[in-house]
Design a protein around this ligand. Sequence first.
Ligand SMILES: Cc1ncc(COP(=O)(O)O)c(C=O)c1O
Length: 482
Amino acid sequence: MAETFDKKKTIDLRHKYIGPSCKVFFGQDPIKIVRAKGQYMYDERGERYLDCINNVAHVGHCHPDVVKAGAMQMEILNTNSRFLHDNLVEYAQRLQATLPDSLSVCYFVNSGSEANDLALRLAWQYTGHKGIITLDHAYHGHVSSLIDISPYKFHQMTGSQHSQLVYVAPSPDIYRGKHREDHPDAATAYSDEVENIIQDAHKKGQKIAAFIAESLQSCGGQVIPPQGYFQKVAQHVRTAGGIFIADEIQVGFGRAGTHFWAFQLQGKDFVPDIVTMGKPIGNGHPMACVITTRKIAEAFMSSGMEYFNTFGGNPVSCAIGLAVLDVIEKEALQSNAARVGRYLAELLRQQKEKHPLIGDVRGVGLFVGAELVKDRSKRTPATAEAQDVIYKLKEHRILLSADGPDRNVLKFKPPMCFSEENAKFAVDRIDEILTDIEKTLGLPVPSNAGCANHNSCHGVLCDKTVQKQHGNRNSHLNGVDS
Ligand SMILES: Cc1ncc(COP(=O)(O)O)c(C=O)c1O
């Protein structure tokens, strides 16, 4: 069955019954999707769209193995985790095996927001402190505790005052952030910002319970933190008695290509105290997880309060979670992400040589961003142009989004079965669209066009200084350039 109502009726009913702040993609001309398979989605007329944005459909939309695992378990039993069930413990054991040994205790929940909210509760209980440090432009979820730590959201509210217990550190964005790729040690500079926040909090008599960050900032604009940043931040935060929460809700489960978890890109010497997971974990089935250390879990237990979650860790969710892990392995999707992601980033870098609107291309695995700027030296965000690209791609039946604080970063995070052919098709269309837009804007071809060896000339002539910058920058692009 494809449709119950025609598209116009669906739109009318949505306006009538669904909260107006629940937005649709392409508000001016929304798409009605009736089915999906692999990396493709189909509208009510059977038109096929290439999905470059759905990181939830991690192993491919409606993967038969995942669907079958869920359906089979639904036929047998679904109930809460107060009864013993093998799916729960088997899944916990399998997930743990993907992580460092110290991260060994799981709490299963139903959404990324629930996972991050629980992570905060664990941090508060374990440390006895209240302060939370978050990154600028971060998004960690929709419940009250998380809106408080999500500048991406609270900056949108008119007349809002954010919580006095929440501190916002600069996003470690070396392209348009406070410390850039020409900084000799951006990791230290950005982690010193966190240390300064800790000291300021102490002066006010407040103590830090946790630093929370996505291992790769997604809504914040596909930001890849400089290598060593997390280690340094963790050291400052732990010295102050706090803990490190890595939000892997968008970027986990092999998306980074070279590693299963994106925090591992920082090096073997970095292990968070809590990892939160969601979105891809159930390939579309609502499930999520918090994994932490035994010590933190025991401190949480010592409050005396039981933790109960009606649906978290039910046998159906765990069967689905197990099937997702099996498919990632069986279809070698992590190495596909590394290979296709490298190819996609390379294609985009070739476009950067050609199109002045592309200021930066960055990514690891199938987490790739192309930042559009009106002026490469000032790095002025090309927000309207990015929106234009997204809408025109839609006409070519390609679904892509533009994100970041200025909505100027073209954001690729497709299902992990995305192919080189898909990447070429999408980038060729971007090339055509940018050519048209630049012609209309009368933009010149950049002076470094044709400089094939360098990825980040930023419109500056390719001299030794710039070559040094490339060296710095490329060292942060683990999955793509290595
Ligand atoms: C990084 C990050 N954390 C947490 C969440 C919240 O997850 P959910 O929407 O499943 O509650 C999101 C959702 O977009 C997210 O991107």
